[in-house]
Design a protein around this ligand. Structure first.
Ligand code: SD4
Length: 318
């Protein structure tokens, strides 16, 4: 069995590329890197790689991580500027016994030394988003957090290896140096080839409070199905946050077990995800919470088109 699952509709095209390899017996690690790079390279996704929205100082700072569920090798970068593919840098760091999570200048020095492609990741479109937001913030007291499309993925290959990966520009208008959950092993992602893998998207500051990806994998290891595990972790954390803090940030989790079965849960209305396995072609779903369960619906062609049209429509400075 092989499979790959990812947060958000934007992962669809990258998954198409990864599936070709997985079908031929390619590794889950290559599938994750190929699929995430495709999202990083696409300029119209506002929370990942090139075209990602900048921090308060109009700099694009990127977080990414990679975990191999067989060897437990981990690699991650945080607050990294000016490199095209943070997921590849994270993966390369996973080959070392120590120094696996590098931040800022240290991460950039490593990437430079190892020949990773440099790129100015701030697009003209992202600058317009930034300028418009600065104007909005002047006019109203809105929260700096809006919209998020972090890519988080789990893949299983025919050899039974599970790998997870993430890549994000984090929150729009974050403080310089702010690090979210995405590069934090256990929180943004976790993989264990004896159970499965999970990855999260949403408000990192809240996701970290539940160490959600580790918790999902731990539950799957006890025999719980991926869907039951993500439901429990998502809704329990949502309740805990509301009880203790009066509100819960966005929480969405995707998971796949070592048999290629998958589950997705979210406490928001407009979450989408893409999944392909040996048993099912690459399919995008939208998903809705109904009580403590989730209802997944296959996204229509029209919905898929609209998603891209919305992201690519001309943007004017206010
Ligand atoms: C973060 N969890 O940096 C990320 C943001 C995110 O989709 O998920 N965006 O907090």
């Amino acid at each position: 069995m092989w499979g790959i699952i990812a947060t958000w509709r934007m992962a669809k095209e990258g998954i198409d590329d990864a599936v070709v390899n997985l079908q031929d017996g390619g590794s889950a690690g290559d599938a994750i890197e190929t699929a995430i790079k495709a999202v990083e390279d696409f300029p119209f996704y506002k929370s990942v790689g090139y075209g990602g929205l900048p921090n308060e100082e109009m700099e694009v700072e990127l977080d990414a991580a990679y975990m191999d569920g067989t060897s437990f090798d981990v690699g991650a970068v945080a607050a990294l500027k000016d490199f095209a593919n943070p997921i590849s840098i994270a993966r390369s760091l996973s080959a070392f016994p120590v120094n696996n999570l590098l931040v800022g200048a240290g991460a950039e020095a490593y990437a430079h030394k190892h020949g990773f492609e440099r790129k100015n990741m701030l697009t003209d479109r992202a600058k317009i988003h930034y300028k418009n937001r600065v104007k909005d913030l002047r006019d109203t007291e809105i929260s700096p957090y809006s919209g998020h499309d972090t890519v988080g993925m789990v893949s299983l290959d025919r050899a039974g290896h599970v790998v997870a990966g993430t890549s994000t520009s984090g929150l729009f208008m974050k403080k310089k140096g702010r690090v979210g959950d995405s590069p934090i092993i256990g929180s943004g992602l976790y993989a264990d080839s004896e159970a499965g893998g999970a990855s999260a998207t949403g408000l990192g500051e809240d996701l970290m409070k539940g160490v959600v990806s580790y918790e999902v994998v731990r539950l799957m290891k006890t025999g719980m199905s991926p869907q039951d595990a993500v439901n429990k972790v998502t809704f329990d954390l949502d309740r805990e946050l509301i009880k203790r803090r009066g509100k819960a940030g966005d929480i969405s989790i995707v998971a796949m077990n070592q048999n290629g079965e998958w589950g997705v849960a979210s406490n928001i209305d407009n979450f989408s995800f893409a999944v392909a396995t040996e048993a099912q072609p690459n399919t995008v779903y939208t998903t809705k919470r109904v009580g403590d369960t989730m209802v997944h619906e296959v996204a229509s062609e029209a919905w898929l088109e609209q998603y891209l049209t919305d992201r690519m429509k001309p943007l004017e400075e206010k």
